[in-house]
Ligand binder design. Structure first.
Ligand code: F0G
Length: 454
């Protein structure tokens, strides 16, 4: 059995409710804002007297030991930290594909180019379905199973649908996916189909799909698995624990995250802040959010209103995962940015494509939306916002195989318009690696080898 009782607190008006009182749209009945999960036990007498319970060293030891266990839930990079997310009544409801435990890679060549000493990438694309969504999905889908639902549903730019469809299939549940027609990368669409989801492509963008689904969940007994679901956030905060563990319970100075619907930045912020509160770590990193220029409602909200109001935009970017104009979790993200001293920045289509190729050239690779992190870091370095000695972790959210069309078009020189690539020709030229078509002839191959500089 999992220990602990959780409650839900509205992030808008601070109203607290019991878990059973949570409505199907996960919004506060009073103010319409989103809930977050809280754990009243963490404020107990033990904590106030200076001792957290259980003790941080014991937890760190236990979490590491569990990786050696034969139990799937112990080995999972989400559930081995289950003391940090006691959201289930019964562990037997856990639906896991062995998510999390993703690598924290050094990026030595990129660091050198940027004149930095410590640059790393936490690659959440190395999850079972190839994106960071798996950590949130195992948490929220396990809750859906515990509550007895047979259908789960999401609106998605692709990765959430792939994750949801896989976890639902594992649990023997049915899944309904709403996608913006013609705007989903093939890898992701193929996954949702492969895992047996009911896939509906709507003549709408992501924000339109969200609107339709909000009405569907009012009228059909389906459990909503978009990131407005606060249990998603509980799973998605665990990479923060992993990063700390991978750094021997230090934390980086700075974590840089892509911003779409803004759940990920919120979740990682929650993870780092809770770790500090429980005495697991001494401080929190700055958490900065980077958006594509054509899908930048948060950047505008911060610059124009100091984060007080957000005007939805009509989003346009080839980084289709973050083609989102009306982000659900923006207020939570603003809270995290303010509390951690983070920054927001926007990057162009050419900057994203270049950064993606640079991450590829490190032997790592990622999908376009993930590459906004490096593109943003380059800009922040130029502006003097990031020091040479600062330890920085880029959060890579999706695997490079999610969107191979984008990669191939870049290397063929077919991705960007002339206007978009203006000013970047030299850099693009040095990173492009198009294929060469040849006769099956040894001399021809040797000539190419020679040309490429053996
Ligand atoms: N990176 C990738 C690869 C994503 O798939 C997403 C979001 C994000 C970044 C942005 O994360 O929304 O938490 O700010 N994808 C969602 C989806 C919207 O439906 O798969 P966020």
């Amino acid at each position: 059995m999992m220990m602990g009782i959780h409650e839900l607190r509205c992030t808008g008006c601070a109203r607290e409710i019991a878990q059973e009182a949570l409505g199907g749209n996960f919004r506060c009945a009073d103010c319409g804002d989103l809930y977050e999960v809280t754990y009243p036990g963490w404020n107990g007498a033990g904590h106030k007297s200076g001792h957290t319970h259980p003790n941080p060293s014991a937890l760190r030891w236990l979490w590491r030991e569990r990786r050696m266990s034969a139990e799937t839930s112990d080995r999972s990079g989400v559930w081995r930290f289950r003391e940090m997310l006691p959201i289930l009544s019964d562990e037997r409801n856990i639906v896991s594909l062995g998510e999390g435990n993703t690598p924290l890679y050094d990026l030595p060549r990129t660091a050198q180019r940027l004149g930095m000493t410590g640059l790393r990438a936490k690659h959440q694309g190395m999850n079972p379905t190839g994106s960071f969504k798996d950590t949130g999905m195992t948490a929220a889908l396990s809750v859906a199973r515990e509550r007895g639902f047979t259908w789960v549903a999401c609106a998605s730019t692709g990765n959430t649908s792939a994750a949801m469809a896989a976890y639902a299939a594992r649990a023997g549940m049915r899944s309904l996916v709403l996608l913006p027609e013609g705007k989903t990368a093939w890898g992701k669409l193929a996954q949702a189909m492969d895992y047996g989801a009911l896939v509906l492509q709507l003549k709408a963008d992501f924000d339109g799909c969200v609107r339709v689904l909000a009405e569907v969940v009012e009228r059909a007994p389906v459990y909503l698995l978009n990131s407005v679901n606060p249990y998603r956030i509980e799973g998605q905060k665990t990479p923060a624990l992993e990063i700390a563990e991978q750094m021997e319970w230090e934390v980086p100075d700075h974590l840089i995250v892509p911003g779409g619907n803004m759940a990920n930045s919120s979740a990682l912020g929650k993870g780092f802040l809770e770790m500090k509160r429980l005495g697991l770590t001494a401080r929190v990193p700055r958490i900065s959010v980077i958006q594509a220029e054509g899908a930048n409602p948060l950047v505008r909200a911060m610059r124009e209103t100091g984060g007080e109001r957000l005007e939805p935009v009509e989003a346009q970017t080839r980084a289709s995962a973050i083609r989102i104009g009306n982000p659900a979790s923006w207020r939570k993200a603003v809270g995290v940015i303010r509390e951690t001293g983070g920054l927001v920045e926007q990057v162009s289509e050419a900057e994203i494509a270049l950064a993606k190729a640079e991450i590829g050239a490190e032997g790592i690779g990622c999908e376009p939306a993930s590459a906004v992190t490096l593109a943003g870091l380059k800009k922040l370095r130029q502006q003097g916002e990031v020091d040479a000695e600062e330890s920085v972790v880029l959060l890579l959210t999706g695997h490079t195989l999610k969107d191979p069309d984008y990669t191939i078009q870049f290397h063929r020189g077919e991705l960007l318009t002339d206007a978009e690539s203006a000013g970047f020709h030299a850099e693009i030229g040095s990173l492009r690696r198009n294929t060469v078509e040849l006769e099956a002839n040894t001399d021809a191959v040797l000539r190419e080898l020679e040309r490429a500089g053996r």
